[in-house]
Design a binder for this molecule. Structure first.
Ligand SMILES: CSC[C@H]1O[C@@H](n2cnc3c(O)ncnc32)[C@H](O)[C@@H]1O
Ligand SMILES: [Zn+2]
Length: 450
């Protein structure tokens, strides 16, 4: 047998554990993985890796686990500047009386860019490499995403009333065409349509969206069945539940990402499963707005792909996907009455492989396997709260804190090194957030008697 020619690599990472999140691969112990030109090589046992790879640099992470970068499948990144702005309210009061008036008063393209930069710093430090965003000015978000070196699906805001972005739904569709021309085949940015919700998008607009999609073929992300009230009001207004209305309009399918989905009857379940529609679960936002509980176990048992998102920082109030996946795992057990529901590996899959599937990226992201994009993170498990360590997935999901994220690579580039952002001035971001705190100060807060 002729000797195998060694492979060149930019970096070889040795780790105590690797969680490839591939259905055929177990958790690997004392393995190494390499990065070459933004792609992954390996993984192999450490000894074999040294024989196979000639690397420009090597990194030894002896107490760490490597896993795919987390995928936050639903966010409104610009809303980070509204963190804590209107707490302890139900969804429609929160939106109608607080958030939409605040957006009308404060949201400009600069506000969206600044809020997105703050959000991306928080997401990078807590291990997110890809996020989906639906907010009021996708153009400055795209510029900020390129600056920070993250990956994003940008959902263009489409709603039946004027926004700072577009005068109406049709104008939003036209701007989507322009944006998709600019970012077609972009390595870091994907576009999607972001019709806001069934209660803000009428039947005419749904029909226009279907016509428009026939040309661009983009995915669609929409808030759907967020609360019981939404479903009841739709029954009075349209005589059918929103999932049936969207299905009859011809909108559902493997390109459709339904966010929240706390209300699911048997017919909804059949529609979602038969149409291969994806569900994006946002457990902490649903808890905080008292919106309800997404029946993750029932959906997954019916074959529905469920991804995970934080929603915006105004309803969460953070963008920490490790925190989110722990909440998802615990709530799934309580809601189904089954402690075996959503075990640790399945919760991690929701935040990685299943997120990639929902966003149409599963051929290249969400797993640590040869040829996939080098979007990966290291977590240091040698901490008081993760010892003793019987199983890395258990430690990561049930005990770890996101401050244990030590390294983040996206497209092979180091974005977090030893827990610090690379090439991003965190103090400048803090000063910017403080400045918005002054200009957006709320009457009577803080310190006002309750
Ligand atoms: C059209 S841009 C997005 C729009 O959505 C609003 N929003 C933020 N969080 C939620 C939520 O949980 N349900 C419904 N709408 C939400 C946001 O404020 C923007 O106006
Ligand atoms: Zn949302």
């Amino acid at each position: 047998m002729p000797p195998i020619a060694p492979l060149d690599a930019d970096l070889l990472i040795e780790a105590r554990w690797i969680l490839p999140m591939n259905e055929g691969l177990p958790v690997l112990e004392n393995h190494a993985i390499a990065i070459e030109s933004g792609r992954l090589l390996g993984p192999w046992p450490i000894d074999e890796a040294h024989k196979r790879v000639v690397a420009k640099r090597k990194l030894r992470l002896k107490n760490h686990a490597l896993l795919p970068g987390l995928i936050n499948a639903h966010n409104h990144a610009g809303m980070s500047l509204m963190r804590g702005y209107a707490d302890d309210l139900p969804l429609m009061t929160w939106l109608n009386e607080h958030i939409w008036p605040a957006e009308a008063a404060h949201v400009t393209p600069d506000f969206v860019a600044d809020g997105t930069r703050l959000a991306m710093a928080e997401m990078l430090l807590s291990g997110t490499t890809t996020f989906s965003d639906m907010y009021l000015a996708p153009e400055p978000v795209a510029v900020a995403v390129e600056q920070f070196g993250m990956r994003a699906q940008l959902c263009t805001p489409l709603i039946d009333f004027p926004t700072p972005w577009a005068s109406d739904f049709s104008a939003g569709l036209e701007r989507t065409v322009a944006l998709s021309g600019r970012y077609h085949n972009h390595p870091m940015i994907n576009l999607a349509y972001g019709p806001h919700a069934p209660y803000t998008v009428g039947d005419d607009s749904l029909a226009r969206l279907i016509e428009a999609r026939a040309q661009l073929g983009l995915p669609i992300q929409m808030h759907v069945h967020e609360t019981a009230d939404e479903v009841e009001q739709a029954l009075s207004k349209h005589g059918k539940r929103p999932i049936r209305r969207l299905y009859e309009a011809g909108l559902l399918g493997p390109h459709f990402q339904a966010v929240h989905v706390t209300q699911v009857d048997d017919e909804d379940l059949t529609i979602l499963s038969d149409s291969d529609t994806h569900v994006i679960h946002c457990p902490q936002s649903n808890l905080k707005l008292a919106s309800g509980f997404c029946p993750v176990d029932r959906l997954q048992s019916a074959g529905v792909n469920v991804a995970l998102g934080t929603d915006g920082a105004a309803s969460n109030n953070d963008l920490d996907m490790f925190d989110e996946l722990k909440s998802a795992a615990l709530i799934a057990k309580a809601v189904s009455g089954d402690a075996a529901a959503l075990p640790a590996m399945a919760a991690l899959a929701m935040a990685t492989r299943d997120g990639a599937k929902a966003l149409g990226m599963s051929q290249r992201r969400g797993q640590l396997v040869e040829g996939f994009d080098a979007d990966l993170i290291a977590v240091d498990l040698d901490a008081i709260n993760t010892l003793p360590l019987h199983h890395p997935a258990s430690a990561i999901v049930y005990a770890m804190h996101s401050r244990q994220v030590s390294h983040v690579w996206i497209n092979g580039k180091l974005r977090v090194d030893e827990g610090q952002l690379v090439d991003i001035d965190i103090n400048e971001l803090k000063r910017m957030a403080h400045a918005y705190q002054q200009t957006m100060s709320l009457p009577g807060q803080p310190g006002e008697a309750p």
